[in-house]
Structures are given as C-alpha cells and as structure tokens.
Design a protein around this ligand. Structure first.
Ligand code: GUN
Length: 282
C-alpha cells in the first residue's frame, strides 16, 4: 500500500506557487491578491479562513480577510463583493461557505466576477468545467486530480465510485473524472446498498462527513481510496470517513486523514489565485 501524502505534495505545490508569485512580481510588477470573506462565527470555517490567509502570506500573495458578523444582511454582503470585484489589488474573491441561512448562497456566488472566482463555484465556471473548457476548478477536487497525476494513477477506463454529491466536492469531482475518461458513479445518503456500488469500483472517493462509512468489506483488493472526510471525534482526534486501519492493508493507495486531501485544498486555492493574477496582466 502506498500512502498518498498530501502534506508533502501540498508543500511542493506551495513552493511552486511561491516561485511563480516572485516571478510575477519581478517581471510584471503584479502581486496576486486574494480576499476571503467569513460571515458568522462557525469555528471550523474560521480555522479554514485563517489557514488560507497564512498560506497566502507565506507564498507572497496579498491577502485580506473580511470577518462579518452573522447578522450581516445579504445586501451588505453583495455591496462588499461589488467593491472587491472593482478592486484592482484583488485577483481572487472567496466567500467561505456555508453562509448564514438568511443569505442566499447562489445569489452571493453569482455576484462574484467569474474571472475572480478562485473557488470555481460561479455557474459560469461550473459550466465551463463540465464542458471541459479552461475554468477555475474547485480546490478540493482539483487537488485530488493533482494527486492522481503526481502518483501516476491512470484514470482512463477506471470505475470510480464517489460517495457524496455536494456542489463543493462530489459533483465537480464527477465532472473532472468524466472529462478524464473514467466511468463514474455518484452515490448519496439515499443510495440503496452502497456496498454494491463501492465493490464495482477501482477507485472510491468519499466525501460524506460520516465516521467509518467505508469499511474493508466494502472495497476491492487493490482499490484506491480517497478520503475527503474531516470529522472530529469526542476525544479531539481528527478522522476521515474511511476505516483507515481496516482498509489500509487491502488497498493499493490511500489518503490519510489528516495529511491527505485537506492540505491539497489550500495549495490549489493558491494555484487558482496565481492563475487569476495572470489573467489580470493580459
Ligand atoms: N466550505 C467548505 N469548503 C469550502 C471551499 O472550498 N470554499 C469555500 N468558499 N467554502 C468552503
């Protein structure tokens, strides 16, 4: 079994980004800039936003964080986005999800200039991604694709079972894999007999947010397991959605949690921010 080491791969990508940023500054006088907006006081979201800010600073990317309290109105948020759309310092704009219930997520995402949509959540980028055109790709599935590439995992003709059909992970993951000529199934919490689906798969990707959802009896000998889950147990320990100990000797590749897909997400966000900055100079 080979561990898919997202921690070290993400460090390599962050170093690539740092070098690209340095070049953009020196050769074009462009400093890539990212704005991250956090509405409300969700503790996990605050942690992610902080990590994104720190990673930007380390890579030489200008970063601003806008923390708004949970009573912020949709109108106020739209005004802030409009201001950021017109701010030449900012190449990327990201609104951390979820936003409070009184704010409509789609309206907010559609307000972001698609050329600054480094999360790849605007319908313009979603449509382009599905059509296999150049687009900003959502960071988590983009990171998983980069892992496959880095470990020379061939996707053509492979059966992939994705568990979880979210707009952030499951659906874009399916699009990217379809474009890569894999055969893709997307399961969700209503799927009957999940095991029947996972047992058809060469690759199982799980993003469901349920501890021990995938166990050894559900996977084929030699399967590749990508665990996107991040769950905190009562004892404080972080685990994914896969029974890692049970599966590790049965699969050919597996991502650990922590240290697997998680660190890749931030690295790919930085990549997208540099991509956006390169659009600016044209
Ligand atoms: N919430 C969970 N994942 C993400 C992400 O990748 N981007 C944003 N904006 N919010 C998220």
């Amino acid at each position: 079994m080979t561990l898919l080491d997202g921690k070290s791969l993400s460090n390599k990508i962050k170093e690539e980004v740092r070098v690209e940023v340095e070049q953009l500054k020196q050769e074009k006088g462009v400093t890539p800039g990212l704005a991250v907006v956090l509405v409300g006081d969700d503790a996990a979201s605050a942690t992610y936003v902080n990590s994104k800010h720190k990673a930007c600073e380390k890579a030489g990317i200008y970063s601003e964080v806008h923390k708004k309290d949970s009573s912020t109105t949709q109108e106020e948020l739209l005004k802030l986005i409009e201001k950021m759309n017109n701010d030449p310092k900012l190449d990327g704009i990201l609104v951390q999800l979820p936003v409070p219930e009184h704010i409509d997520t789609t309206t907010v995402l559609e307000a972001i200039n698609p050329l600054k949509d480094v999360d790849g959540f605007h319908p313009y980028n979603v449509g382009r991604m599905v059509s296999n055109l150049d687009a900003f790709l959502p960071a988590t599935p983009f990171g998983v694709m980069r892992m496959f590439q880095e470990y020379n995992i061939d996707l053509i003709g492979k059966n992939v079972c994705i568990i979880g059909s979210s707009d952030i992970v499951g659906k874009p993951m399916a699009s990217l894999l379809i474009n890569a000529k894999a055969t893709v199934e997307v399961c969700n919490s209503k799927t009957k007999d999940l095991k029947a689906h996972t047992l058809r798969a060469d690759i199982v990707i799980v993003a469901a947010g349920r501890v021990n959802l995938v166990t050894a009896d559900m996977i084929n000998e030699g399967a590749i397991i990508i665990d996107v889950g991040i769950n905190r147990l009562d004892n404080g320990k972080l685990v994914g959605d896969v029974d890692f100990e049970g599966c590790k000797d049965k699969c050919s590749f597996i991502t650990p949690v922590p240290g697997g897909v998680g660190p890749m997400t931030i690295a790919m966000l930085l990549k997208n921010t540099v991509k956006a900055a390169k659009l600016r100079e044209k």
